[in-house]
Design a binder for this molecule. Structure first.
Ligand code: NI
Length: 177
């Protein structure tokens, strides 16, 4: 069952704080199968990233990047495919920038969200190998968006100017929602 149903805003399962991946799951078939399902589901929906809670799995796992130029974000720089478990984010400085976001759980809408411009993040891949990256711009934005899902936060809660929130086909007629 590789392509899974994506839960939509209003589903209480999107509001939970997800559980850490237990150490015994790393390198195992269950976690590998979850990553395959997340990847297949993200690709089918042309997502920039997806978090396990979006397919109803209450674990601190997100994946993002790796799909080259994304039709939903055609102007965004490419991000390497990343599996990130039990992430810890540390902003570098206080600078925030506003940028447009969408979400597979909030189909058809876009909103402008302030995010930290630079941060470092660390966590584990599906085999339990720890890694750390310093990133900025769109990469930093995607990580913050996906990791918000692990704390039950959907991006509309981060929109500060509600005049900058609306339907994709109205705001950006050329874009795929
Ligand atoms: Ni999302």
């Amino acid at each position: 069952m590789p392509i899974r149903e994506i839960l939509k805003m209003g589903d209480p399962r999107l509001l939970r704080v997800a559980e850490p991946v237990p150490s015994e799951m790393f390198g195992g078939d269950t976690l590998r199968a979850l990553v395959v399902d997340l990847l297949d589901t993200m690709k089918a929906a042309s997502g920039a990233g997806i978090a396990a809670p979006q397919i109803g799995v209450n674990l601190r796992v997100v994946i993002f990047g790796g799909n080259g130029k994304n039709p939903r974000y055609p102007d965004a720089p490419e991000i390497p495919f990343t599996v990130l478990c039990n992430p810890v984010l540390e902003p570098t400085g206080d600078e925030k920038s506003a940028g447009w976001e969408g979400c597979l759980s909030v189909p058809g809408l876009r909103g402008e969200v302030p995010r930290f411009e630079r941060l470092s993040y660390r966590g584990y891949d599906a085999e339990g190998i720890p890694f750390e990256r310093r990133v900025e711009g769109f990469h930093a934005r995607v990580v913050q968006h996906e990791c918000d899902h692990l704390d039950g936060v959907l991006y509309p809660r981060r929109v500060e100017d509600m005049t900058r929130f609306g339907f994709t086909d109205v705001l950006f007629p050329a874009l795929q929602s």
